[in-house]
Design a protein around this ligand. Sequence first.
Ligand SMILES: Cc1cc2nc3c(=O)[nH]c(=O)nc-3n(C[C@H](O)[C@H](O)[C@H](O)COP(=O)(O)O)c2cc1C
Length: 164
Amino acid sequence: MPITSRTRWSQRPRVLRLIYRSQVAFNPVGMPFTEEVQAILSESRAHNAAVGITGALMVSRGHFAQVLEGPASAVKALYGGIACDARHRHPLVLSVEDIDRRAFPNWSMAYVNEVMQAAIPLTFRDAAMDPSSLSASGPALLAFLRYAVQEMSPEAISPRPASA
Ligand SMILES: Cc1cc2nc3c(=O)[nH]c(=O)nc-3n(C[C@H](O)[C@H](O)[C@H](O)COP(=O)(O)O)c2cc1C
């Protein structure tokens, strides 16, 4: 049977993008903040690379925002686990959509740190800077994180400056 562009399309695995936000819930007597985030990034990058998931994570004003992109079944399974993780609470899914193209194809999990967040133009920051704000929609967070990752070459994580 000839393969038409239509059949090729239907045979492509479905790629899903899920964006959520949540409240940081680190144990106050646990590891320092940057080490907690570093631990999350290390396990995320190893697992995500193995299952074809890419994305970006930020922490702002006591909240996480994360974009997960990948095969639909892998994203759903991962989010099911993330939502139960005791390091955050009240996860709220902001958007779920099928996508043709990933926003973070080269990142098993990019991290947009505070220094980068502060350097992002106000037009992006207004809606997305505070993931706890009611105006922090999925599209606004995606635009913010995509700008940061494309324009600013994100570090794995940068420690707070010694003077801060
Ligand atoms: C804010 C946040 C984001 C996370 N993101 C990921 C991720 O992208 N990939 C991942 O494998 N684990 C991520 N984790 C860790 C998972 O919740 C979970 O600990 C990990 O997948 C190991 O699960 P398992 O013990 O069931 O194998 C994240 C955790 C938190 C708190």
